[in-house]
Design a protein around this ligand. Structure first.
Ligand code: GDP
Length: 139
């Protein structure tokens, strides 16, 4: 059954480049309600666990180093058809291939440093949200 929630992170590159406010504005303007949010930093171990599915990929070490190098904004977002609509809003993994107006087209610099995360399924949205938030941090 499709749920109405997804999970996102504003990644270290976008935080470093001063894009937190602009990205949150795009997210809320697109109709997503923020039901949980925190400014935090992943340890290397956190990043390894979060991206465990990619551990055999050649870019895994680069990804873990990148995702743990500075603060992120983590959030759970609510909207009808949240997972799919948020993937549309952020655009393709590689910003060079992302559609005009998408968050990655506007704010990402490379396929690795691509500004935002968006869950790819309802199941992963629930797992990733629970990775970052306890029940009393979700509103
Ligand atoms: P997503 O679902 O669009 O985020 O893409 P994936 O699940 O395929 O990859 C997860 C994350 O790994 C991406 O968002 C990037 O930050 C990173 N990544 C993916 N492909 C590459 C790559 O070829 N090189 C590097 N350095 N990072 C990558």
């Amino acid at each position: 059954m499709a749920t109405n929630r997804t999970f996102t992170m504003i990644k270290p590159d976008a935080v470093e480049n001063g894009h937190i406010g602009a990205i949150l504005e795009k997210i809320t303007a697109a109709g997503f309600r923020i039901v949980a949010m925190k400014y935090t930093q992943l340890s290397r171990r956190d990043a390894e666990l979060f991206y465990e599915i990619h551990k055999e990929r050649p870019f895994f070490d680069e990804l873990v180093t990148f995702m743990s190098r500075g603060p992120i904004v983590a959030a759970i977002l609510e909207k009808d058809n949240a997972v799919e609509d948020f993937r549309t809003l952020i655009g393709a993994t590689n910003p060079a291939e992302a559609a005009e107006g998408t968050i990655r087209k506007l704010f990402a610099t490379s396929i690795g440093e691509n500004a935002v995360h968006g869950s790819d399924s309802d199941e992963n949205a629930a797992i990733e949200g629970a990775f970052h938030f306890s029940g009393r941090e979700i509103f």
